[in-house]
Design a protein around this ligand. Sequence first.
Ligand SMILES: [Zn+2]
Length: 143
Amino acid sequence: MQIPKSFKETMLKHALENYPNECCGVLGGLNNTATAHYPMQNAANSPYRYEFEGKEHIEVSRQIEASNSELMCIYHSHTGSEAQLSDTDLRLITYPDSYYLIISLMNLDQPDFRAYKVQELSGWTNDSPATYGNPIEEFIDWV
Ligand SMILES: [Zn+2]
């Protein structure tokens, strides 16, 4: 996936502004190339999870559609843990075709950006209620 370097800076800025709470947002784009960055508010206001604000989510989806692009990547920050999808993250996946990117601020001097794609799970049980899992890390090409 290609992401402009300028988005890396604005995503990091958004993450630091929300610190120690998690931040969230999306990237619109086409053909695995991000073309628009939409920083969003974390309606959960929490250091442990994120939640899009309903109206803003609808508005951003409209803008992405109006620009003939796709919801390419959903990102959020982890302020106290590594840049890996948590069990909670996997349970809350609603756009399995999208990339999921995490910015870890666990080491503030060295923010870590990692992106993943997930797979649909077949063995769904009450013990592990996630519908998606097996995150595969995807290379980010900062352009
Ligand atoms: Zn998370």
